[in-house]
Design a protein around this ligand. Structure first.
Ligand code: UDP
Length: 259
């Protein structure tokens, strides 16, 4: 399946709606084409503008969906509109539905370990339970929390766990840019895995530990604002947003597509 990519400030974003993104993933899973799926929002695109190596890494992915209205608005301002936002958290749900249908195993990697949750159960294990109840027939092949050194012995142990689980789909939920860098560095060492999804803090939401923004906020394009209210520590990261918007208008006025 051929997918058009649209250059938004140097990042090649796949021009898909959620149905097309899901179809692409299902098809690659079926045929066995290893596929990395990244879900950048405006903060991450700004990170790419500041860091050419990270930008290259994002652009190397098979599917890059716009997980934020900021990216969609920027594409429109630049005169090359995208079909719309594809929320990573919703795409993750679609992939789970597809996995339950096809029998492909899913491995959940990331989130807090048992020592950091009130229930004493890691976030990934909480999600396993939620998914097994919500998607009958789903095979959660394994889980691993995300708090360890992402290289050396502990990382090798994680790779071994994932390989031995037989999972074909891997949710990597470490936050950006850590998760994308981890996928790029480790995908070749995980030959059984066909689909890698970088889904940020999604496990916190699927597990019920964190609420997603109410529909009204989402429909007004204010999901980012709700997240800021719930997690004020995000303010530092969000300081990059004004820079992103001003930069986009500067590109529009000067007729440049990127930077
Ligand atoms: N996380 C992790 N290991 C780390 C750092 C972060 O597993 O070393 C997890 C963290 O528990 C959280 C997610 O990664 O669940 C990051 O969530 P955030 O909302 O910051 O990511 P975003 O969706 O904004 O990329």
């Amino acid at each position: 399946m051929e997918i058009e990519k649209i250059n938004v400030r140097g990042v090649n974003i796949s021009n898909v709606d959620i149905d097309e993104a899901t179809e692409f993933i299902k098809e690659n899973l079926k045929v066995g084409i290893q596929t990395a799926v990244y879900t950048p929002n405006a903060e991450i695109v700004q990170l790419c503008i500041n860091d050419a190596d990270f930008c290259k890494l994002i652009n190397s992915a098979e599917l890059v969906v716009p997980d934020g209205v900021g990216v969609v608005k920027a594409a429109r301002i630049l005169g090359t509109p995208l079909k719309g936002k594809v929320a990573g958290i919703e795409l993750g749900e679609r992939v789970l539905e597809a996995a339950a249908e096809s029998g492909a195993g899913v491995f959940l990697f990331g989130g807090s370990d048992e020592s950091r949750t009130p229930s004493g159960v890691s976030v990934a294990d909480q999600c396993k339970k939620v998914f097994e109840e919500k998607h009958p027939g789903i095979k959660i092949a394994g889980t691993r929390h995300g708090y360890f050194k992402k290289e050396g012995e502990e990382n090798n142990e994680t790779l071994r766990l994932i390989n031995e689980s037989g999972a074909e789909i891997l949710f990597v939920c470490l936050g950006a840019p850590l998760q994308e860098k981890w996928i790029a560095a480790n995908r070749e060492k995980l030959p059984n895995v066909k689909v890698f999804l970088g889904l940020g803090g999604s496990l916190d939401v699927y597990s019920g530990n964190l609420k997603r923004a109410p529909k009204l906020f989402i429909s007004l394009g204010l999901e980012w604002f709700y997240r800021l209210l719930c997690e004020p520590r995000r303010i530092g990261r969000m300081m990059s947003l004004p820079k992103f918007y001003f930069g986009t208008w500067r590109c529009k006025i000067s007729g440049k597509k990127s930077k």
